[in-house]
Design a protein around this ligand. Structure first.
Ligand SMILES: [Zn+2]
Length: 363
């Protein structure tokens, strides 16, 4: 797989929605645009072909503000999987997931991996102020940023997008994790693809980054950023029959279950009714795959009740996702103010390991 590198926008590119980029771009393309401040922002869109918000934001930003004007700072744009975007798919069946192929991941020696090594070398050479990777997800999740290092400038960069920030170090081979060695980097989860307010939000964020002098490295207040990490994956019992709302089934989840995403729930909250069926109806496993169901839930009152403070994410009403993947992840707050990383080798907060792997977020 060849990387195409350009120093200009091909005429007409900004007119193309993600699904039509393949007419002009034959695969991954790195475009460098010059601006007043030569220290560029590095932005990646469409690593997943159906996650179009980043491209919508970039093309609208460039069209409305900068088509006839100089950019406030240089901008390097990587347009990722144009072939998958053509079919509005995350990736094609015969392709690797692009956002698992960056240096440091297990696919770094693949063809895509070698290409991203090339991109990484180019990006390091231009020394960007930050690296931003745009994604979308399914279900009703708030917009949030994910970071891979607990450092003030990473938290600050994330805070320009959302006060909700997730820390992760798995899966490996993601762009933000890989580039976090060289510059502040973040993965932005911009809600569901195709939502106009998602594009608007991303444009606002990009405008902020385009006008920054530097990303401050001064400490950030604990109330500006709420930092979480995953502690458990929750699955529905394989044999259990389940539904949503007032349905006569073994597990009747509350109708609008996904409004609980990214809500810090106290103990005693009910996620739904239990009307018999296999026990336990839900199974929570921790990062080592150990069953920790009892730490989070009780079922003895014909309800799925929380027994401690938790914050679910990725709760979905999609039966296929629930059956094939999981019901949700459970997150806990990291009190980062006590744990800011100063060197590369600082210990992580207690209870958090670099090998944390409660399940892989669909970044
Ligand atoms: Zn994605």
């Amino acid at each position: 797989m060849e990387l195409t590198e350009l120093d200009h926008l091909p005429a007409g590119l900004l007119e193309r929605p993600a699904s039509a980029l393949h007419h002009m771009l034959n695969g991954p393309t790195l475009i460098h645009l010059e601006g007043k401040n030569p220290n560029p922002l590095f932005v990646t869109v469409l690593q997943h072909g159906n996650e179009i918000t980043g491209w919508e934001a970039v093309r609208r930003l460039l069209k409305s503000h900068y088509e006839f004007d100089q950019l406030p700072r240089s901008l390097s744009i990587l347009i990722g999987n144009t072939h998958a975007a053509k079919y509005r798919l995350r990736r094609l069946d015969d392709q690797l997931d692009f956002n698992r192929c960056w240096p440091g991941g297990k696919f770094e020696d693949s063809e895509v991996g070698k290409m991203f090594r090339q991109v990484t070398d180019r990006v390091r050479a231009v020394n960007p102020i930050a690296a931003i990777d745009f994604h979308n997800n399914t279900g009703l999740n708030p917009h949030y940023a994910a970071i891979n290092r607990i450092r003030p400038e990473f938290l600050r960069l994330a805070s320009y997008f959302s006060s909700k920030v997730v820390y992760f170090t798995m899966p490996e081979g993601t762009q933000s994790l890989s580039l976090s060695r060289y510059c502040p980097s973040t993965t932005l989860e911009c809600g569901q693809a195709g939502e106009v307010h998602g594009t608007d939000h991303c444009i606002g964020f990009l405008e902020t980054c385009m006008h920054l002098d530097v990303i401050p490295t001064t400490p950030i207040d604990a109330d500006e950023v709420h930092l979480f990490h995953m502690v458990a994956t929750v699955r529905v019992h394989d044999e259990a029959l389940f539904g949503f709302g007032h349905v006569p089934t073994e597990i009747a989840f509350r109708e609008n279950l996904d409004v609980l995403n990214f809500q810090e729930l106290p103990s005693g909250i009910s996620l739904g009714d239990v009307n018999g069926g296999p026990e336990p109806p839900l199974i929570a496993t921790d990062i080592d795959g150990l069953d920790v169901t009892k730490d989070y839930f009780r079922f003895d009152r014909r309800q799925i009740e929380t027994v401690r403070e938790i914050m679910p994410s990725m709760l979905t009403l999609d039966r296929r996702v629930i059956q094939q993947d999981c019901l949700c992840y459970l997150m806990e707050r990291i009190h980062f103010e006590d744990h800011i990383e100063v060197t590369d080798h600082d210990p992580l907060p207690e209870g958090i390991r670099r090998s944390d792997r409660p399940g892989e977020p669909a970044l």
